[in-house]
Design a protein. Sequence first.
Length: 292
Amino acid sequence: MNKQNGALISIISNTSLVIFKITSGLVMGSVSVLSEAIHSGIDLIASLVAYFSIRKSIEPADSEHPYGHGKFENISGFFEAILIFVAAGMILIEAFKKLLHPASVEKLDWGIAVMLISTVINAIVSIKLFSVAKKENSIALEADAMHLSVDVFTSLGVLVGLIIIRFTGLNIIDPVIAVLVAGMILKASWDLTRKSLDDLADKSLPESELALIKTIIAKYPQIKGFHKLRSRKSGNRRELDFHIKIDKSTLLENAHNLCDLVEADIKKLLPNINILIHVEPMRIKEAENAIR
């Protein structure tokens, strides 16, 4: 399964759950179930945004976007994070209204069944999306999977709350659970916002990946040194450039072949990466220092 099909599955599952939860929440008069419906509605919008951003991101580079369209995925991730903030705000408003004006929750068995089904569906879809997102290195699909994984825990929270109400009759549990759901959503939104902004601001690749790159460069004895290493992420693609120093007597063809070897080794460990290597001749004094 590719990332575009993964986003499509998310759209289908979220559409079904929105209809299911809204109907159940209205019949039951449960703010926690309705809060879950709102969350799934936001997830549906996020899934649509992810789907279209992924379609755009896989377009090849052109004259206006010479580095490709990968940033559309980062923009999508940021937009989805904002949507989660909105969902949390709406849930909190409804929950506080219910705290101020308590009301009984009806048809609890129906609600328990709805939350159980929702938990299972979201768990299955989110696990699949995380798998595809990891394979495709897609932040847009990862954001979508994160939404659904949060849904798993929030649905479980609502499920537990409805079970408690079922056996104790404490209706106050319903808005309290809704507030807890909103808190979990805000945490997920913050994490997603930070990750999306890192890539939009051209943050360097993770230290673990940079360490791999440096190790590969260092294994070639022809390379006497390297500097000006720069990196960034654009969607699922990495961008890397650096300068290497080699003996000034090296033939141009040999220098070119050396760069090809270094690039090939890096691409084996870090796929979807564009590499630019600038070759510099090593000065006599630098060579003497290297020998010493």
